[in-house]
Write a protein that binds this ligand. Structure first.
Ligand SMILES: [Zn+2]
Length: 269
């Protein structure tokens, strides 16, 4: 298998809300087009530590990005670095913390906010700094990157669910509405990416509780969905719970790249 991959990492969208509100994605799973797992995050269930876990397959206590305040470059092989070392093209439309993990820390907006540089780990980057950056704009920037540069790995990272969940709580009307809007974005863009030959994976870094918090070990913080739509991927809903450390090796496997020894979980597909 050597397929390019789009990974949509929905910040702060927990499992329960996802399977109840992502109607397009659930329709794909029910029709046998997407395969969907219930995934347990690593701990703490916070963004920066789990951005690194999703992309390296390594738990926070090992990779060392243990809090949102740990501002430094990643020290682990990641999906981005493994792809680039193999001569593949990388891209991301994502929050600026991704630039700090893989390109440069701390973030210098005037230099780092828009990157097209083959020397970087994330070669084509469109980064945003404001947590209210609209998800629809983010999806369009990602779609433009895919059309213009055709990266072999493209991260798409909308922040709206996390921001809205913190503001109104993870059981609020507002949070559920954002989930529906993200599903609508997926419905618009996923078919185009599939037509362009991409495998598409959709997951979240962590969930959100009714008080607008995450970071702990309760299920509502730690359960997220993982969907894979791709050529030869058997659709359906998998009853077993899987680990978030599986994401990175699953991405590399789809791309036909061998996961490094640091990624200990087996690919899901
Ligand atoms: Zn958050």
């Amino acid at each position: 298998m050597t397929r390019p991959v789009v990974l949509v990492l929905i910040d702060g969208l927990g499992y329960e809300t996802a399977i109840q509100r992502l109607g397009y994605m659930e329709g794909l799973a029910a029709a046998g087009v997407a395969r969907r797992w219930r995934m347990r995050t690593e701990l703490p269930s916070l963004s920066r530590p789990l951005y690194e876990t999703v992309h390296t397959g390594v738990a926070p206590h090992e990779h060392g990005i243990t809090s949102n305040d740990t501002v430094r470059l990643s020290s682990q092989p990641s999906v981005f670095s493994v792809a680039r070392a193999a001569g593949r093209k990388t891209g991301a439309a994502a929050y600026y913390w991704f630039s700090e993990l893989y390109n440069r820390a701390p973030f210098k907006a005037l230099h780092d906010i828009e990157i097209d540089d083959p020397g970087q780990i994330i070669q084509h980057g469109r980064f945003y700094q404001h947590s209210d950056f609209p998800d629809s704009e983010l999806f369009h920037r990602a779609a433009l990157l895919a059309d213009r540069f055709r990266p072999d790995f493209l991260l798409v990272h909308p922040m709206g669910a996390d921001t809205t969940g913190h503001r109104f709580g993870g059981r609020s009307k507002q949070y559920e509405t954002v989930a529906l809007q993200i599903d609508n974005q997926l419905a618009a863009h996923l078919p185009r990416w599939r037509e362009a030959g991409y495998d598409v994976m959709v997951t979240a870094d962590h969930g959100m509780d009714e008080h607008g918090n995450h970071g702990g070990s309760v299920d509502i913080h730690c359960l997220v969905p993982f969907y894979h739509v791709g050529a030869g991927v058997k659709g359906g809903i998998v009853p077993d719970e899987v680990s978030q450390t599986s994401v990175a090796p699953t991405v590399l496997n789809a791309m036909g790249l061998a996961p490094p020894a640091s990624m200990k979980a087996r690919p899901l597909t």
